[in-house]
Design a binder for this molecule. Structure first.
Ligand code: 6MZ
Length: 364
């Protein structure tokens, strides 16, 4: 586990509100409980419960969203989530979140995303490279210490690249999804690099979002889809035909879906603990990760919801390594290959390749 912690890692599938520390959720719940706005003991029970079906997970998200409605809290959780990933040597984080409109809080989708960005910028425990690298000279790496010029003080500091994906929730309307895509385009210069389709997979039809997803792609945004988290053969086929840049989960694929996936080489975001906890996959040994890994299909290990599923990216690597009997070199390669599937530009990719190359030298 220590070794998995120390290795540089890339996180491409992490939902902001699913990655909150339990301690923070409990603190927020206690504060609302004290104000008489919620029943703390009931919410505490929901937060601390460990085994949840997929349906229960989405009930938990509704509770979490009640606790994180205001701008200040959104800023706080974004800061903490970045700090937590950085503390386990994640060097590139593509954080995804659903922009929320909430009139009672004076919150628009834009002000929600601004609050997230403020949280990311306020991280001080590590250097954060957020604004597209090419446009902000303060983000250039110092040639000696490896820290950004903005914060270099002669010592080597940890650094994490952060980019945002804006999520469309399957409960939204076509218009609302289009609003999210337009917002992502307007905020590209602030570090938003793509669109995700997520939310309860038993709800809604993905076709509702097709116009928005097509528009996103036409305008140069990368798209990732939650695909096959529940059995739905037609939807899976249609999603694969759309040729998204990546997909998440792929739990309920049938033969023809695997054939299509493998022939198109669409990278898969693998969320082991999440799939096991929600009973989408019966055991690690039965997980499609094993076949995809052996087939050398592009894949990336991810946490999904590190808070909700009490996991970390290092833990996901540890689980994968023990189930497949992978050695350090193979785990390192798996982590390094993830760089090829990020949505940020080639300058960032080159920078990350450098980070992995110098880490490889230290491993020898
Ligand atoms: C599908 C999921 C998910 O956006 O409020 N989300 N969608 N499948 C999953 N697997 C377990 N886990 C999380 O983060 C929480 C939201 O992310 C999506 C859901 O829409 C959830 O409400 P944000 O930051």
């Amino acid at each position: 586990m220590e070794w998995c912690m120390s290795m540089p890692k890339v996180e491409l599938h992490a939902h902001l509100n699913g990655s909150i520390r339990d301690s923070t959720l409990l603190e927020l719940a206690r504060a609302l409980g004290d104000k008489g706005l919620i029943d703390f003991s009931q919410v505490e029970h929901v937060i601390l419960k460990n085994d949840r079906s997929l349906t229960e997970v989405f009930k938990l998200f509704d509770v979490i969203h009640i606790l994180t409605t205001d701008h200040m809290t959104v800023t706080r959780i974004a800061k903490e989530v970045v700090e937590d990933f950085a503390s386990e040597n994640v060097v590139y984080l593509e954080l995804r979140t659903t922009p929320k409109k909430n009139d009672s809080q004076g919150m628009s989708k834009r002000s929600y995303v601004e609050a997230v960005l403020e949280g990311i910028r306020s991280v001080s425990s590590v250097d954060v490279a957020l604004i597209p690298y090419t446009e902000d000279p303060r983000n250039l790496l110092h040639p000696l210490c490896g820290a950004t010029n903005a914060k270099c003080n002669g010592n080597s500091r940890k650094k994490i690249f952060v980019r945002l994906l804006l999520s469309i929730d399957r409960r939204e309307t076509t218009e609302s999804a289009m609003e999210t895509v337009k917002l992502a385009l307007e905020m590209g210069h602030l570090g938003v690099v793509g669109i995700d389709l997520s939310g309860n997979p038993k709800v809604g039809e993905w076709k509702t979002y097709l116009p928005a997803l097509k528009f996103a792609r036409e305008q140069g945004l990368s798209v990732t889809l939650h695909c096959g988290e529940v059995p739905n053969s037609k939807e899976i086929q249609d999603m694969l035909d759309f040729l998204p840049q990546r997909i998440g989960h792929a739990c309920f694929f049938e033969e023809e879906h695997w054939r299509k996936l493998k022939s198109t080489n669409i990278p898969v975001e693998i969320c082991l603990t999440s799939n096991i906890r929600t009973l989408s996959v019966s055991s690690i040994d039965a997980h499609h990760f094993v076949d995809l890994y052996n087939a050398k299909h592009p894949l990336v290990l991810c946490t999904d919801d590190s808070g909700v599923f009490s996991t970390s990216l290092s833990n996901e690597y540890k689980i994968a390594a023990s189930s497949l009997g992978l050695g350090r070199k193979q785990m390192f390669e798996l982590s390094k290959n993830s760089v090829e599937f990020i949505f940020a530009d080639n300058v960032v990719k080159d920078e990350l390749r450098e980070i992995f190359n110098s880490a490889a030298k230290n491993l020898e």
